[in-house]
Design a protein around this ligand. Structure first.
Ligand code: C5P
Length: 225
C-alpha cells in the first residue's frame, strides 16, 4: 500500500517540530526532523574547523560523513554522526548557524536528499523542514506551511533552549532567527518557500492546541487518518 505523508515547512521557531511530533504520536506516523540532518553536517564541519561557507572543503569532506537516524521505543529520532550520538550536540546555537550555511550548498542538499525520500518510501511519515513540500515530498498528501512573526518565534525558541539548559539570550535567539530566515529564503538551492498547494497556517496568535486541531482536521480530511 502506498505510504502516507505529511509535509510541514516553515521558518525556524514556527512550532513545526512540536506539532509534527504531536501529530505523529496521535496517528502513529514516523516524525522525520530533516533539520537534524543539516545540523549534523554543520556540526561535523564545526568540529573540523571548516568555515561554514567554505564550499570546496565542505564538499571534499562530505564522503567522510556517515549520518544515521535511529528511533527509540518512544519514536524519538536520534542522530548518529559517524557512529556517535549527536542528538543533543546539534542543538547548540553554533550548529544552527552552521546548518543554515551548509544547507545553502547544492552538494550538501543532494547528499541528504535520498535519505529523506527513503524514509517516506518505507514509512507513513510527517516530515518537517524547509523544502519538504517543494522538493523532498512533492506528492505529499498534505502540505502545511507554518509561520509566525519572528519575535514570537524567537520567544518560543528561547524558552525551548532554556528548558534544554542551553545558555543563550533572547536577543541572540532573535538574531539567529532573522539570520536564518534571510539565508534560508534567499538561497538559490531549494529555498524556504511554501509549495503552491500548501496550506498556510500562521501561529502568531494561536496556541499550540488550536494549531494541532487545525493540522489534525486537515490530516483526517486529506489522508483519511
Ligand atoms: O529545522 P532546523 O531549525 O533544525 O534546521 C536547521 C537549518 O537546516 C535551517 O535553518 C535550514 O537552513 C536547514 N534546513 C534546510 N532544509 C530542511 C531542513 C533544514 O535547509 N529541509
Amino acid at each position: 500500500m502506498e505510504k502516507r505523508s505529511i509535509a510541514i515547512d516553515g521558518p525556524s521557531g514556527a512550532g513545526k517540530s512540536t506539532l509534527a511530533r504531536m501529530t505523529a504520536k496521535k496517528y502513529g506516523l514516523i516524525y522525520v526532523d530533516t533539520g537534524a540532518l543539516y545540523r549534523s553536517v554543520g556540526l561535523y564541519m564545526l568540529h573540523h574547523d571548516v568555515a561554514s561557507k567554505d564550499e570546496a572543503r565542505i564538499v571534499k569532506l562530505l564522503p567522510k560523513i556517515s549520518i544515521e537516524m535511529r528511533y527509540d521505543e518512544e519514536s524519538l529520532q536520534h542522530m548518529f554522526l559517524n557512529g556517535a550520538d549527536v542528538t543533543d550536540k546539534i542543538r547548540i546555537p553554533e550548529a544552527s548557524i552552521y546548518a543554515s550555511d551548509v544547507s545553502a550548498l547544492k552538494p550538501v542538499r543532494a547528499f541528504l536528499l535520498s535519505m529523506q525520500k527513503e524514509m517516506a518510501v518505507k514509512y507513513d511519515v510527517i516530515m518537517d523542514g524547509r523544502d519538504i513540500g517543494t522538493v523532498v515530498l512533492p506528492n505529499a498528501g498534505l502540505k502545511i506551511f507554518l509561520t509566525a512573526q519572528p519575535e514570537i518565534r524567537a520567544r518560543r525558541r528561547y524558552k525551548e533552549l532554556l528548558e534544554k539548559r542551553i545558555d543563550t539570550t533572547y536577543e541572540d535567539v532573535l538574531r539567529d532567527i532573522l539570520y536564518r530566515d534571510k539565508n534560508d529564503s534567499e538561497r538559490s538551492a531549494a529555498p524556504l518557500k511554501a509549495a503552491d498547494d500548501a496550506i498556510l497556517v500562521d501561529t502568531t496568535d494561536i496556541g499550540l492546541d488550536e494549531c494541532l486541531q487545525i493540522i489534525c482536521a486537515l490530516a483526517e480530511e486529506r489522508l483519511g487518518l
